[in-house]
Structures are given as structure tokens and as C-alpha cells.
Design a protein around this ligand. Structure first.
Ligand SMILES: Cc1ncc(C[n+]2csc(CCOP(=O)(O)OP(=O)(O)O)c2C)c(N)n1
Ligand SMILES: CC(=O)[C@@H](O)[C@H](O)COP(=O)(O)O
Ligand SMILES: [Mg+2]
Length: 632
């Protein structure tokens, strides 16, 4: 095994490497990736697949002068290692350590921050246009996966790229995988290109032949060039990218550094928009990941020898509860349809897809489409359940308003990963959904305090004639006595869990449990709290809130969502709207800043959203204030 990595401080150091040395370096990087990610966890398989591609990119281009934009950015580890972050790499995804995604604050080589998919072509085009407007001269490369290419934004970018004819390269990293096997007509199309290298050779043979015919006047040249087009379309149906005005190169073997370098150089020399179709193997070089790339797409720490997770997640997660219940409920309710945007496993719908293949739709990475598709189903009498991580639903804000809520359609939104998600960091924290959903007319918004209540909420949502969102966190460790039991909840009803007299803590969802814990601790120091499980952010339990007022002049709300516009705001709006004065209100939640990556325990504590933090806030609020009394 070579020992080159230590000596690479930046991509400039790569320029002196021969192709055979780069091959050795690729092997060394793979070992380093495996050793480190087995310890830290992270997106292993995507990175193992792009080792040669990243080496070739940095060997040909001159970062940071040339800009490389990584789509999603979960495959940027090799780029990080080669751009001066080798020494810090063992801090990957840990609090205070390297981010798992490109981050311009971290390095000048990270040309653009990413985390959500399908943005790279648009961002790179903007960067390339800015270069042209400023009269600068450098190259811009977008690296996008075949999964991310299914996102609508990618096509919006390609559409403008073909129109503007900007000098820019799109590297399409095609490993036939999204997180799961890539699906859809586009994937089928790429497959045809991939399977047809012979036809591609035939195309260049035809072009070569026509070029060799002696020129006999303009008309003949035009005729021949039309003939070339027709023959091309004849042998390769739908040369989609070229039709858009983007030169298509490939397919290229993404594990052959020499071939990659030739293609990248060729693309750079051509100028104008070029797409290079690169074929890679997700998980390359680690047999277990090659065999099961989905398992190693994103992984926690694991044992290298057998791939087993070092820390098995404790007990039950909300995802698992959902997975079981939706199958159970769908057995007696044939109108239930499940929709995912490329996250069948992550959202717990894999189970459903096996039980009800005809009632399950993976639409690809296309959250906007998923929501409007569900709206169409609902309009025709079905009851779609759209399971999308909170952070990715941000994409579909307009579709929720315009296509679902405006028509009051019964679509159920299952917002997994709501709140702080931990190691993925600010691009993935789901801390805005309560704010962006609760103000939409017709929408019902709920958040469960535990697994049993979660089941009741799912049942209630499926028996509500209008849009409903249920948001729940990534964290596991739930218990459930009665596996499949459902109690319908009257909409907009909260519950008092603990009666006290000094202060009311009104908590929602994941914050109910730390609120109860805080109340226990506070009781020991003589502060007697009422604890309310709000259950609904919309409709609010207005009667219960008003009933607190005679005995509580201090109310504290707690939510794992941005304070701005969230649950606490809803309570404050309601109380001020009622003309209530003299109540001291405090809203605890995510402050007005992006929260870093790290363990959720650390992050929650940092935001004051653990029992200790709630105690602190209660004590502060409980300090005597002169002349304040609640009144209606
Ligand atoms: C908008 C959005 N939806 C979903 C995801 C979750 N996600 C992350 S990577 C990924 C698959 C991407 O596939 P591809 O681009 O082909 O990259 P690969 O992992 O195969 O290298 C998905 C669905 C995301 N990051 N952003
Ligand atoms: C890169 C990406 O967006 C996903 O792979 C995400 O990291 C998955 O998160 P979970 O591990 O919470 O499913
Ligand atoms: Mg892929």
C-alpha cells in the first residue's frame, strides 16, 4: 500500500502524480475511507464510488480557482481528503469537526454548500454566468448523481444551460442507484445509454465517415449534416442531452483514471456545455457495500470485517412504528396509497411496498411532484400518505398550499426526521415545518409525545377529511405496550399531564418528555409546574389554554422547531388575540440561527431543549416580576 496521502496538502500536489501513482493513491484512499467511516459513520458507499472520479477532477482542474459543485455533497469525502482536510478527517460529522457535506466556511475548495439534492447544475450555472459577467476565466463543474438527476431542479438547470450555451461541465455520476435502486423513465433512459457503447461507437463511426466525404458545396454539407443527425437519432433513440444543446460524452469508465482524465480534458477544451456520463459502482472496493449499497449509503459506525453496526439503535423508532401501522391500517382501508420521494427505507415504507406494490409509489427525488401527485390521487377519492423527511418537504411548500390545502384534499403528510437530526447537520435538521405549515388554511398539524400517541394520530389523520401533517423525530428508544391499537383523537385537543400551581409548561411532540423530566427536577427545588401535552399545533386547544390562565401567570412553551413562527408563536398569537394581558410568556425552541452538526444530545442541550435547559428557563421566568397579573 502506498503512503502518499500524508504528503497531499492540496490538489496542486496531485499534478505531479502519474496515472499509475494515482491508481495506487486511489487504493490508499479507499482504505483510509473505510477505516475512518467505520469508526465515525457516514456516507460510505457514495464515496467509495467516486474515488477515481475525484482524483481525476482534481488532477485536471485547478481548485479553488476552478469550481467543483457536488450535488447533495454526501460524496465529497474524497474531495475533502484531497483539499487539505486529511488530518481532520477523523472528526467527520462529530460536533465541532468536519461536516459531512461541502461547506464554504470549512474550505475555499467547497465552492457551494449542498445537502439537498439536484441543486448543482443551477448553482454551477450561476457561478459560470457570474464568471462570464465578471470577465473571469476558470472552469465550472457540477457533479450530479443519477438519482439526483431525477429531481426537477436538475432539468430546470439543464434547460437554461442548453439555452445559454454557457461554458460548463456536468459530470453525471451514474451508479444506477439513488439510495435504493434508481427508478423512473429517466433511469431507464440512462440504462439504454449505458448498455449501448457499441451504438455510441457506431455514431462516431458515422460522423467520421461523413467528415471524410469531400465537400461539394453548401447544400451538400447541410444535407449531410442532417443525414448525420437522422442516423444518430436512428441508432440512439432520443439523444436527450444533445437535443438540449449539451454535448454528450461517454459513457466513461468511472474507475479508469486515465480514461476519466482524457474525457475531462476533452470536455474542458471543447468549451460550451458538456455532459460527461461516468459509470461507477456504488460501494466500489468494499465487497459488502458493492453487494448492498443501500445498507452502506449512510451508515452508523460498523465493524469492517462483517459490516455489522457497532451500535444497534436502541428499541423502537417512530419510523418503525409508522412502518408497521401503515401496513396494518392499509389492510382494511383500500384507499390508502403510500408515496415516497426516493426514501422508501428511511421513511419506513419499504414494508408497505412489499405488502401493497400497486398502492406504493416511489417518485424519485421529486418532493414537489410527490405532493401534487398525491393531490391528484386525493381528488379522485384515494387517501394518499406522503412520507417525506421534514427538511425535504421544504421543497414542496407551494404544492402543499396550492395543490393540497386550497382544495382541502385529504393528504396525510408524515414528516419523519422533524427536529434536530444530528450528524447530517443544518441542511438536514427539520426545524421549520411547524412554522411553514401551521399558517396554511385547512391544514391540521400534530406531533406525538410517544409511540402510542403516534399511532392514534396516524389513525386520526386517516379519518380526517382534509390535509394533516404529523411530525416526529429521528431518535429511537420508544416503547409500545399495545402494538396495534388506535384511539381517535378529537382534533385540537391537548391534555394536562401534570397539575401544578406555579408555572405552566406547554410542550409539543418530542419536547413533552424533557418537559416532564424538568417538572420533576423543579419540584425538588420547590417549583410546582403544570405540564401540558399540546398534541396539536393546529388547531390549538384554545379552551385548555384559556383554562390555564386563572391559576398560571407564567407559561412556557417548548418545541423542537424554530421559535420564529412556531408553536410558541401560535400560543402567543392566540392569547394576545384574546386580549390576554399580564401573562409572562416564554417560547423555548430553536433560535434564529442554523444549528451545526453533532450528536442530538449535544445540540439539544446547546439550544436549551433538554430537561436542564427547560429548568433553567423556568427558573428565570419564575423570578418575581412586579405588577404582572393574568387577566382576560
Ligand atoms: C431534496 C432531497 N431529497 C432527498 C434527499 C436524500 N438523498 C440523499 S442522497 C440521495 C440519493 C442520491 O442519489 P445519487 O444522486 O444518484 O447519488 P449516489 O448516492 O448514488 O452517489 C437521496 C435520495 C436529499 N438529499 N435531498
Ligand atoms: C445524504 C442524505 O440526504 C441522506 O442520505 C440522509 O443523510 C439520510 O439521513 P438518515 O440517516 O436520517 O436517513
Ligand atoms: Mg446514484
Amino acid at each position: 500500500m502506498s503512503d502518499y496521502l500524508q504528503s497531499i496538502h492540496g490538489p496542486a500536489d496531485l499534478k505531479r502524480f502519474s496515472n499509475s501513482e494515482l491508481v495506487e493513491l486511489a487504493a490508499e484512499i479507499r482504505q483510509f475511507l473505510l477505516k475512518t467511516v467505520a469508526h465515525t459513520g457516514g456516507h460510505l458507499a457514495p464515496n467509495l464510488g467516486v474515488v477515481e472520479l475525484t482524483l481525476a477532477l482534481h488532477a485536471i482542474f485547478d481548485s479553488p480557482r476552478d469550481k467543483i459543485v457536488w450535488d447533495v455533497g454526501h460524496q465529497s469525502y474524497v474531495h475533502k481528503i484531497l483539499t487539505g482536510r486529511y488530518d481532520q478527517f477523523q472528526t467527520l460529522r462529530q460536533f465541532g469537526g468536519l461536516s459531512g457535506f461541502p461547506k464554504p466556511e470549512e474550505s475555499e475548495h467547497d465552492a457551494f454548500a449542498t445537502g439537498h439534492s439536484s441543486t448543482s447544475i443551477s448553482a454551477a450555472l450561476g457561478i459560470a454566468k457570474a464568471r462570464d459577467l465578471a470577465g473571469e476565466n476558470h472552469k465550472v463543474v457540477a457533479v450530479i448523481g443519477d438519482g439526483s438527476l431525477t429531481g426537477g431542479m436538475a432539468f430546470e438547470g439543464l434547460n437554461q444551460l442548453g439555452h445559454l450555451q454557457t461554458d460548463m461541465i456536468v459530470v453525471l455520476n451514474d451508479n444506477e442507484m439513488s439510495i435504493a435502486k434508481n427508478v423512473g423513465a429517466l433511469s431507464r433512459y440512462l440504462n439504454r445509454l449505458r448498455m449501448n457503447p457499441k451504438l455510441r461507437r457506431l455514431k462516431s463511426d458515422i460522423q467520421e465517415l461523413i467528415r471524410k466525404i469531400p465537400r461539394v458545396g453548401k447544400v451538400t454539407v447541410e444535407y449531410l449534416s442532417k443525414l448525420e443527425d437522422s442516423l444518430t437519432y436512428l441508432v440512439i433513440p432520443g439523444m436527450f442531452f444533445e437535443e438540449l444543446g449539451i454535448t454528450y460524452l461517454g459513457p466513461v469508465n468511472g474507475h479508469d483514471i486515465a480514461e476519466l482524465k482524457v474525457s475531462l480534458r476533452d470536455a474542458a477544451n471543447r468549451g460550451g456545455p458538456v455532459l460527461i456520463h461516468v459509470l461507477t459502482v456504488k460501494g466500489k472496493g468494499y465487497e459488502l457495500a458493492e453487494r448492498n449499497p443501500q445498507r452502506f449509503h449512510g451508515t452508523g459506525p460498523f465493524e469492517l470485517a462483517n459490516g455489522r453496526k457497532t451500535e444497534e439503535p436502541s428499541a423502537l423508532s417512530y419510523t418503525e412504528v409508522f412502518s408497521r401501522c401503515i401496513v396494518d391500517l392499509a389492510k382494511s382501508e383500500p384507499k390508502i396509497i403510500a408515496v415516497t420521494a426516493a426514501m422508501a427505507d428511511g421513511t419506513g415504507l419499504l414494508n408497505f411496498s412489499k405488502h401493497f406494490p400497486k398502492r406504493f409509489f416511489d417518485v424519485g427525488i421529486a418532493e414537489e411532484h410527490a405532493v401534487t401527485f398525491a393531490a391528484g390521487l386525493a381528488k379522485q377519492g384515494f387517501h394518499p400518505v406522503v412520507a417525506i423527511y421534514s427538511t425535504f418537504l421544504q421543497r414542496a411548500y407551494d404544492q402543499i398550499i396550492h395543490d393540497v390545502c386550497l382544495q382541502n384534499l385529504p393528504v396525510v403528510f408524515m414528516l419523519d426526521r422533524a427536529g434536530l437530526v444530528g450528524a447530517d447537520g443544518p441542511t438536514h435538521h427539520g426545524v421549520f415545518d411547524l412554522s411553514f405549515l401551521r399558517h396554511i388554511p385547512n391544514m391540521t398539524v400534530m406531533a406525538p409525545k410517544d409511540a402510542a400517541e403516534f399511532q392514534d394520530m396516524l389513525y386520526t389523520a386517516l379519518h380526517t377529511n382534509g390535509p394533516v401533517a404529523i411530525r416526529y423525530p429521528r431518535r429511537a428508544g420508544l416503547t409500545l405496550e399495545d402494538a396495534l391499537a388506535y384511539v381517535p383523537l378529537p382534533l385540537g385537543t391537548a391534555e394536562i399531564l401534570l397539575e401544578g400551581k406555579d408555572i405552566a409548561i406547554v410542550a409539543i411532540g418530542s419536547m413533552v418528555s424533557p418537559a416532564l423530566e424538568a417538572a420533576k427536577l423543579l419540584k425538588k427545588s420547590g417549583i410546582d409546574c403544570t405540564v401540558v401535552n399540546a398534541r396539536f399545533v393546529k388547531p390549538l386547544d384554545q379552551a385548555l389554554l384559556l383554562s390555564l390562565l386563572p391559576n398560571h401567570s407564567k407559561i412556557i412553551t417548548v418545541e423542537e422547531n424554530a421559535v420564529a413562527g412556531g408553536f410558541g408563536s401560535a400560543v402567543a398569537e392566540f392569547l394576545t388575540g384574546q386580549g390576554v394581558t399580564g401573562v409572562r410568556l416564554k417560547a423555548l425552541g430553536i433560535p434564529d440561527q442554523f444549528i451545526a452538526h453533532g450528536s442530538t444530545e449535544i445540540l439539544l442541550a446547546q439550544c436549551g431543549l433538554d430537561a436542564e435547559g427547560i429548568c433553567r428557563a423556568v427558573r428565570e421566568l419564575n423570578l418575581p416580576a412586579i405588577g404582572i397579573r393574568a387577566s382576560l
